[in-house]
Design a binder for this molecule. Structure first.
Ligand code: GAF
Length: 389
């Protein structure tokens, strides 16, 4: 789904752009293995009010409640800014090094950032910020409809080369291509995004996101370690990526990996990725079928994904496991951690008549375990990043 980029115009003096957070229904830790995922954009957005400024020096200023103000000379360089401002400054830096602005520099600008994407909840608040800032700076430079696939790459560079987070392309693809009431079948190898209906109503169920409010732990190190293990497993198996292994190939892979020092760990990582790709395909088929029984059958696939992430990929934490277990006890059709893990949120399909029971059950279970009180959001897939005014 490649947008035709618009030709640069004279630019705009000011405007408002926004980008949503995302939740991934199924398909985690597959993107950097060239695999499949099924995310959607969320009805929470980060908004950037931007205006061009005339100054002698090229400068980018940004402010947001609860964060230090940013002022940085353009185009900037990795390492100059850390924390929240790195996502803003890094976006300007990566845009300047892309072809998106048709050879023009990033314009001097002042950005006011606000929004309601939950922070630190694993719902991609930082990617929402980067996508909204990227659209705003493109708009100020006169590129109103930038090529969204090129923007995916710009955000990857911000993350990997400016911020130093070795993430893949799932989050920004969901945010940039989001569509109301649709999930998005994302193929990380081709970058293609294919809208899939989300007929949860047909099963009398709702899509629910629960922020465990567990502090993210070890996120950078553990994520990078998983990524490195997957790459090593693929290399040992003579594959370009774990995407190229399928479930039938797992017994032979086990034999090939068993001789390595950490072969048993690599096999479990590979098994997660391979079975997760298969679960994405299965869930897409069920949703496209659309009948009540088919949609209800998505639930067990979600729960199987959680067990795989918990046991084979070891990317869950006790707080998140307790939220999943409690949701299932209350009657969810299925539930799983979502996103990178090591804290963060759970996504679930919950029968409409069970919704009122969620918050009390989660409150009681987490209080008993001494965990933070989770936050429950009933959501519908929302529109992607856009200009608002
Ligand atoms: C994080 C990363 F940013 C994504 O690229 C993806 O790997 C995800 O974790 C796990 O599926 O959100």
């Amino acid at each position: 789904m490649t947008a035709t980029p618009s030709a640069p115009s004279a630019g705009t003096a000011s405007g408002t752009w926004s980008a949503p957070g995302r939740v991934n229904l199924v398909g985690d830790h597959t993107d950097y293995n060239d695999g499949l995922a099924l995310p959607c954009a969320l009805p929470f957005r980060t908004t950037v009010h931007a205006h061009a400024v005339e100054t002698g020096e090229r400068v980018l200023r940004a402010s947001s409640a609860g964060h230090d103000d940013l002022e940085v000379a353009l185009p900037g360089a990795p390492g100059e800014v850390a924390g929240w401002g790195a996502y803003v400054a890094g976006t300007a830096w990566a845009l300047e090094h892309s072809d998106l602005l048709g050879g023009r520099p990033v314009p001097s600008a002042e950005l006011r950032v606000s929004g309601d994407v939950p922070l630190g909840a694993g719902l991609s608040s930082s990617h929402a910020l980067q996508c909204a800032v990227a659209l705003a700076l493109c708009g100020l430079a006169g590129v109103d409809d930038p090529d969204r696939d090129a923007l995916v790459e710009v955000v990857r560079r911000v993350e990997n080369d400016y911020v130093g987070a070795p993430t893949g392309t799932l989050d920004q693809s969901a945010i940039l291509h989001g569509r109301t009431d649709h999930l998005l079948l994302f193929d990380a190898r081709s970058g293609e995004v294919d809208p899939v209906p989300a007929p949860f109503d047909a099963a009398g169920a709702a899509l629910v996101v629960v922020d465990s409010r567990a502090p993210h732990r070890l996120t950078d190190g553990a994520y990078a370690e998983r990524r490195e293990q997957c790459a090593r497993a693929a290399q040992a198996l003579g594959l370009a990526a774990l995407r190229d292994l399928d479930v039938d190939g797992l017994p032979a892979a086990a034999e090939a990996l068993v001789g390595l020092d950490d072969g048993e760990v690599l096999l479990r990582r590979a098994r997660h990725v391979v079975t997760e790709d298969a679960r994405v395909r299965a869930v897409v088929d069920l949703l496209r079928d659309g009948r009540r029984e088919a949609v209800a059958a998505v639930g067990p696939e979600l729960t199987a994904s959680h067990l795989s992430l918990r046991d084979d990929f070891e990317s869950s934490v006790p707080e998140v496991d307790l939220v999943v277990d409690t949701l299932l006890e209350v009657g969810a059709l299925g539930a799983r951690m979502t996103g990178g893990g090591f804290g963060g949120s759970v996504v679930a399909l919950v029968p409409l008549d069970r919704l009122p029971a969620l918050a009390p059950a989660l409150g009681a279970a987490t209080a008993g375990a001494g965990h933070p009180t989770p936050e429950v959001h009933v959501v519908r897939p929302a529109d992607g990043a856009r200009r608002d005014g």
